[in-house]
Design a protein around this ligand. Structure first.
Ligand SMILES: [Zn+2]
Length: 419
């Protein structure tokens, strides 16, 4: 059966919440009476809008602003789109088949705007224009919906423009924000306080494998392997299943334990891991960095000579500098993300060895490295496997606490070698 929520993998609780909210929203529209296009909508802010259904059952309410949070790969934007479809669904359920569902999921619904920051951050002008358009009457008679992917990349000024709209929402407008977490680094406390939060979890591997087979046409055995190896990260699982580079990177990480034959080898392994992360990150940001710079230079009209050109040039230099600063911080973040993915793979290797040494009946993460983890289990015993697992986790913690990655990784490699 088609269903707008079908691609939201392993998130039963969130889906139940969103279905209840969509039903409440449909009831609001029903009470207010759906109006033909062009009519100026139902009510002034506060009445006939979406808020009242919240009373009584906090689980059933419809609200004007939502934040979808969860670890990378958990499906934040998939959830936001599915919910938007359910809000626009003519049956109010997210049937997946009606024109409302279909156009929303296809990205062509006139009353659903998706903001995917092309550059590093969403600027204030873009946000003001968006807020203005979002206040207009929905042409389909249901809701005006704005989905903001990576809401953690709003500039402060853009955040303030959004906050105003979220504080006094037009009666038929719904904002759906996606962010890694509700930490103040990701989303401002004031916006957070106006939004309802839908936390998503890391989906279980079998649910991920199922969607890889159904949606991406990946062979079932490959899908199961990739879903297990990436521990339920949908996007990574899909890449691992189809991208040779991604496989090669993982294989290099899984080769680390058997390469640790001495102090020199430990330092070599540390360098290799760091350099692989730097290369992966550079490849991932190179294209967008260049595009952003070109776009900014075009926008600044490089090389004017008229009156005020000197002042404009000073402004341009400032903007270029700001862009470089933000690109550098994105590159750093990409490096840390790449390194962290490698550490997660490595931790899972020792975790597999530990569970084997303990004779625990749990499925391995690295189903294709069982021979190696079995050998590790025999050699290290549970205590040795646990110490190594802890060394990897300590390295992640240290990097999170801003220890220089190379220093943390070198310490880890030495600990892994010594056991
Ligand atoms: Zn529908």
């Amino acid at each position: 059966m088609p269903d707008a929520f079908a691609d939201l993998v392993g998130q039963d609780e969130a889906v139940a919440t969103l279905r209840r909210a969509a039903a409440a929203a449909a009831a609001v529209l029903h009470t207010a009476g759906t109006r033909p296009p062009g009519d100026d909508g139902a009510a002034s802010p506060g009445e006939g809008g979406a808020a009242p259904a919240e009373a009584g059952d906090p689980g059933a309410g419809m609200t004007h602003a939502w934040i979808f949070t969860g670890p990378p790969g958990s499906g934040r934007s998939v959830a936001a789109r599915a919910f938007a479809a359910a809000l626009q669904c003519v049956h109010g359920t997210g049937c997946g088949e009606c024109p409302g569902c279909h156009t929303t999921l296809a990205g062509t619904h006139a009353d659903v705007r998706l903001v995917v920051p092309e550059g590093l951050s969403i600027g204030v002008n873009e946000m003001r224009a968006l807020v203005l358009r979002a206040a207009s009457t929905p042409s389909g008679g249901r809701w005006q919906i704005v989905i903001i992917e990576d809401a953690d990349r709003l500039t402060e000024a853009a955040g303030n423009a959004l906050l105003k709209a979220v504080e006094e929402p037009p009666p038929r407008t719904v904002f759906l924000l996606c962010a890694p977490s509700t930490h103040p680094d990701d989303i401002s406390v004031t916006i957070r306080s106006r939004c309802r939060v839908v936390p998503l979890r890391q989906p279980p591997p079998d649910a991920v494998a199922e969607v890889l087979v159904r949606r991406d046409g990946i062979a079932p055995d490959v899908a199961r392997w990739a879903a297990a190896a990436t521990q339920g990260h949908v996007g990574r699982a899909r890449r691992l299943a189809g991208d040779p580079q991604s496989r090669a990177r993982r294989e290099a990480v899984l080769a680390v334990p058997r390469r640790l034959t001495g102090v020199g080898a430990a330092f070599d392994a540390a360098s290799a891991l760091i350099e692989a992360a730097v290369a992966e990150a550079a490849a991932s940001v190179a294209e967008i960095d260049a595009a952003e710079r070109a776009a900014l230079e075009t926008a600044l009209g490089a090389g004017g000579t008229g009156r005020g050109a000197a002042g404009a040039a000073r402004g341009a230099a400032g903007q270029l500098k700001e862009l470089e600063r933000r690109q550098k911080s994105r590159a750093t973040r990409a490096q840390r993300d790449a390194l962290d993915r490698a550490l997660v793979d490595l931790a899972a290797f020792y975790r597999d060895a530990l569970t084997t040494a303990l004779g625990a009946s749990v499925a391995p993460v690295h189903t294709d490295a069982v021979e190696l983890t079995d050998a590790g289990a025999r050699r290290w015993q549970p205590e040795g496997a646990l110490r190594r697992l802890e060394a990897v986790l300590a390295c992640r913690t240290a990097i999170e606490a801003n220890v220089k990655p190379r220093i943390a990784v070198e310490a880890m490699m030495l600990a892994l070698w010594k056991g």
